[in-house]
Design a protein around this ligand. Structure first.
Ligand SMILES: O=P(O)(O)OC[C@H]1O[C@H](O[C@H]2O[C@H](CO)[C@@H](O)[C@H](O)[C@H]2O)[C@H](O)[C@@H](O)[C@@H]1O
Ligand code: MG
Length: 278
């Protein structure tokens, strides 16, 4: 599981001009008006060579807790990770969370919605694991109701892996789709995506009636950008996305710039409430 830094050394990066300032201003000036939806990998946390190689910057969970308090609890994590994995990254803080790209969700009341893997998907996963044994460097991440095959360690195998994923998808049958991401192919239920997860959060308190601010770095985040755009909120893409087109209306350079805003806000919340620094 991901490493957590122990030293208290929150990001020293300045708030990024423009998008960082806009984000900071929205959340500071109108905490009753906005709801914040945050992707994890590549947005809150820097990408690493392997799924478990990530490092959670010191104080990030606490900073998210302070920002969430400032927003009346209207902060949710929306990730491709599973619920349990995402939770342990920020423990003891715990946030409303959508996992597996929206396939599973825990709302603000703690109610959990999930999908069970079908029998054919379980067989398809076994096929993928077996096929990956002949593809050195391909890393399989079985997340229960979804499965990822990472090629970051073996980029030359991307085409071969895509063929295997197409076969696997076929074996999984109805109700599944291929999700592309950064050096990864995933198969997940097609009945959910991050956009639908954001809409589901917005249908009940404390999110209801607020404008969504969605921040993400990858293809899977496009669905939540579309929802934010449609509802008049803010959609922020982390990084330039290379050749990929994005529906996001704003861009911020990297996770450090996102964290700079969150740490700055958290510091302001703590000074306003007289709360000690964690
Ligand atoms: O929606 P997210 O929170 O961004 O999660 C997307 C996927 O993130 C993870 O994979 C990515 O990050 C890894 C660690 O930095 C990196 O090694 C990999 O190449 C990236 O694709 C995670 O492993 C997946 O399960 C998530 O779906
Ligand atoms: Mg991401």
């Amino acid at each position: 599981m991901g490493q957590r830094e122990t030293a208290i050394s929150p990001s020293a990066a300045p708030i990024t001009p423009e998008t960082g300032l806009i984000l900071h201003q929205c959340l500071r000036e109108r905490p009753d008006r906005y709801a914040l939806f945050l992707d994890i990998d590549g947005t809150l946390i820097d990408l690493a060579a392997t799924p478990d190689g990530i490092t959670v910057p010191a104080g990030l969970g606490e900073a998210l807790g302070s920002v969430s308090a400032r927003l009346g609890g209207a902060l949710a994590l929306v990730t491709g990770r599973g619920l349990a994995y995402a939770d342990q990254l920020f423990a003891p803080q715990r946030f409303p969370l959508a996992g597996l790209h929206g396939t599973e969700r825990r709302d603000a009341e703690g109610a959990i919605f999930r999908a069970d893997p079908t029998a054919s998907f379980i067989k398809a996963k076994a096929h993928l694991r077996q096929s990956a044994e002949t593809l050195p460097g391909i890393l399989i991440e079985d997340k229960g109701a979804a499965i990822a095959a990472h090629y970051r360690q073996a980029p030359v195998l991307v085409e071969k892996l895509e063929e295997v994923m197409t076969e696997t998808l076929h074996l999984a049958g109805k109700g599944y789709e291929l999700q592309r991401g950064k050096m990864v192919f995933e198969i997940r239920p097609d009945m959910a995506d991050k956009g639908r997860a954001v809409e589901a959060f917005l249908s009940s308190p404390p999110f209801q009636g607020r404008l969504p601010i969605t921040i993400g770095d990858d293809l899977t985040d496009e669905a939540m950008f579309a929802v934010a755009n449609r509802l008049g909120g803010l959609s922020i893409k982390v990084g330039d996305g290379g050749a990929e087109k994005s529906a996001a209306t704003h861009q911020i350079p990297d996770p450090d710039a996102v964290r700079a805003v969150l740490f700055a806000l958290a510091g302001e919340v703590r000074s306003a409430t007289g709360e000690a620094r964690p």
